[in-house]
Design a protein around this ligand. Structure first.
Ligand SMILES: Cc1ncc(COP(=O)(O)O)c(C=O)c1O
Length: 377
């Protein structure tokens, strides 16, 4: 994987390359979209139903309910479990805002949980400290594509009679023991935002569950509490998935395992190539098979490293620069700086390197050489 100085000059590395993904799959994707255009069946319909069946089978659950975003999936799951004003729901301090925003949308209160020093997921060991009598659910996020430490969380929730919901927005296809994420909690929520491991041509999401009563309620709520035409059981939402997204996702699902395999390949090689540099990586969690939605590392001079890489035409990301308890949107909850020092430290130092299935050896080499050059300079 050696690279000459000349090629280094010309290599650019995007954070992900959806144009290349489209080019690779264009005939099949065009046909899928064209089928929807000619059917003129644009919302839900057979293409979305087909995807729901395929995704449920892929995750190893009885039901998958397609919706129009991961945020909608979280919101509907909480509503269908009757979570609302006066209730509390535990979420990690280190995650994307949607996990907690969905809790607020029900009128319930998000309660943040500190991050784990070793694996950077939520610190399940600290869960008992934040569980009050008002707590109705814990949302465990499989952050960066790494299933979190599930067994203790499941045991604590079962003992207390609290729902455990998976936020699997970043972890399509990841495994815990012999099960896929999405089949472990009372329900799981996925996002198909275009840059996700399985991404649509716009927004999309899904709820997976084995609980048929729950899935019935979620189906109703996603479509205005629909019972039959113009008969509505309860007040719901328009969270329906477009047929184009169903057709695209159904086609792309066939490639997901191969893409995740590629992600694991690049992640393992990054670990090897960057091992001698003064960088920290999240520890792996036993009995899990991650899918590396992101490749995060920690660097004390994170901003300087990002700037240096930008100068070498390498895009990076920060997931996430502000932990949720310090977000202006959640000021009303009364948390202070210093409440979750580990989540705060991660936010100050974390940097995601480019990692996507279509990444070339040349691009990979360029990132590794450039990161090493930063520390040598
Ligand atoms: C962990 C997590 N949860 C929820 C979401 C929300 O998904 P969406 O953007 O599809 O609403 C995302 C999306 O980035 C996410 O990363």
């Amino acid at each position: 994987m050696a690279t000459t100085c000349d090629t280094v000059q010309s290599v650019t590395v995007p954070f992900l390359d959806l144009q290349q993904q489209y080019r690779n799959l264009a005939p099949g994707l065009n046909e899928a979209v064209h089928g929807v255009l000619t059917s003129a069946n644009y919302i839900q319909g057979p293409k979305v139903a087909e995807f729901e069946r395929a995704f449920a089978e892929y995750c190893g659950v009885k039901e998958a309910i397609a919706v129009d975003s991961g945020t909608a999936a979280l919101h509907l799951t909480l509503l269908a479990l009757d979570i609302g004003p006066g209730d509390e729901v535990v979420v990690p301090a280190n995650t994307f805002i949607a996990t907690a925003a969905a809790v607020c949308a029900t009128g319930a209160r998000p309660v943040f949980l500190e991050a784990d020093l070793e694996n950077w997921q939520m610190d399940v060991g600290k869960l008992p400290e934040v569980l009050s009598a008002r707590c109705r659910a814990v949302i465990g996020v499989h952050l960066y594509g790494q299933p979190l430490l599930l067994q203790p969380a499941l045991t604590i929730c079962a003992d207390k009679g609290i729902h455990f919901i998976e936020d699997a927005a970043q972890a399509h296809g990841a495994r815990f023991e012999d099960r896929r994420v999405g089949s472990i909690g009372r329900a799981a929520c996925f996002s198909f935002y275009p840059g996700k491991n399985l991404g649509a041509f716009g927004d999309g999401g899904a709820i997976t569950t084995d609980d048929l009563a729950l899935s019935d309620r979620v189906r109703r709520l996603r479509d205005h509490g629909h019972l039959s035409k113009y008969e509505h059981q309860e007040v719901g939402f328009n969270y329906r998935m477009d047929a184009i997204q169903g057709a695209v996702l159904n086609y792309k699902l066939g490639f997901l395992d191969a893409w995740n395999q590629k992600r694991r390949f690049w992640a393992a090689h990054y670990r090897e190539r960057l091992a001698s540099l003064p960088l920290l990586f999240p520890s792996s969690i036993s009995n899990t098979e991650p899918v590396h939605h992101l490749f995060p590392l920690r660097c004390e001079r994170r901003d300087a490293l990002a700037e240096f890489l930008r100068g070498r035409a390498i895009q990076t990301g920060i997931h996430y620069p502000i932990p949720l308890h310090l977000q202006p949107a959640f000021k009303v909850l009364g948390y202070q700086k210093g409440d979750f020092p580990i989540a705060e430290k991660i936010a100050d130092e974390v940097l995601s390197l480019p990692l996507f299935p279509e990444m070339t050896e040349q691009q990979f080499d360029h990132v590794c050489h450039s990161t090493a050059d930063f520390f040598a300079s």
